[in-house]
Design a protein around this ligand. Sequence first.
Ligand code: NOJ
Length: 507
Amino acid sequence: MRVLFLAWVAFADCKSSVNRHEIRKIPDGILFGTATASYQVEGAWNEDGKSESIWDRLTHSTPCPVKNCDTGDIADDSYHQYERDVEMLRELGLDFYRFSLSWTRILPTSFPDKINEKGVEYYNNLIDEMLKYNIQPMVTLYHWDLPQKLQDMGGWTNPHVVDWFTDYARIVFELFGDRVKYWFTINEPREVCYEGYGGPSLAPLYNMTGYADYMCAKNILVAHAKTYHMYKNEFSKIQGGTVGIAISANWFEAESEKEAEAAEEARQFEWGTYINPIFSKNGDFPAVMKERVAAKSFEQGFFRSRLPEFSPEEVELIKGSSDFLGINHYTSKLIYRNASLTSDTYPSPSFYDDMGVMSYYDSTWESGVSSWLKIVPWGFYNLLTKLRTDYDNPPIYITENGFSTYEGLEDDSRISYYRQYIDAMLDAVDEGSDVRAYTAWSLMDNFEWLQGYANRFGLYEVDYEDPKRTRTARKSAYVYKEMLRTRQLDYHYEPDTTLPITIDEGH
Ligand code: NOJ
């Protein structure tokens, strides 16, 4: 662990603390909600005609790759308990709920030749129940549960996935677009591609970094853009919705002034890969990435860059293909370029070898249960400021932000995280960032991928010992609710959690 963080503290062009406002008005116009994702909450993994996804395959494999051998077979049982889920949304007084659709529940063959009515009925029920109470559905088409059949054909590394995905999206727009007005095509392409195809930390655990992650990146961006244009050309006139993407962007801060270039390269590689092609004026992957990967590839004896190119038509197709920028933000890291970084530091070829920087967490940063999740609210401010200045102030939806704890209803650390991060976000808003929505991850505890149920992100606790998967409001739920009710951030508000959390009039 590096201890050279003092220089960074004095760094002039970065804000190392956010203005803490004890009481702060939240501007009207920012929508507030919570999020979940299909595999993480639905359960019913093989019920009513649903077929196998890559997470079903992974969690059922031996030896089990998930902590405590947890699976999403039952998860939070939301497939049977959607009414209770909507009741919780009403208790919190939310404007919207962001959830995702399970491709294999809607299209069991993966393709549009067979639509599973039972699966469609589940989503119809959920959407209608929410709309009854004026809670807007914000729907993610793909939150990581690819049909296993498509994976068997290469999944996101096969260019045909562009057609597979747009066909699925067409069916979804036809089925639900009369009522859903907010769409996200893909959740966290960086995690899908890097963690799933580059590294071994999300399904399908491909572990082929330096090739598969880049092939995935290209295909995912083309699939996203084609879906966006399909919506605009064929659905938007009648349905009137808005379409974007949810990109994970943590903040990468230079350890000291001399590391500014290294930190910028980390940002370009980590999220510029996905944000640049859509939101920058020139489109395409970041220039530094194209040059670096090409140069390294030739040095390594390849005949062409391992980073696939976009054709000029694809650059044009992808450029501007989002009505807003969805951002999932959780934490920050410090960056430096190690003079002694050699070809042995990272496997070569690999994404990290191509990027060529080192990162670490400041040892003074407080942590959640997830070791990667350090509390760094000023990183959120810096990120929003950077997105505003570099990408011409796009409309931003914060599609995820949240904190993990162990079990227990008294979650003061989560409350502190939310207050500080929302405060930091509002600093950026005061300076002109166009933030339109804020989403707390998560409505309730759920299947945290390879961490199973050990890391709890919920405003509501879920009892996994109970077959009914009873949900109980944590202290943070009371605080979030009060913040939205009063439209005021108040560091001193202490809820009376002996009283039940109830539905206010009008919700
Ligand atoms: C982002 C992912 O979208 C979500 O599925 C996950 O649970 C959270 N990060 C927390 O790790």
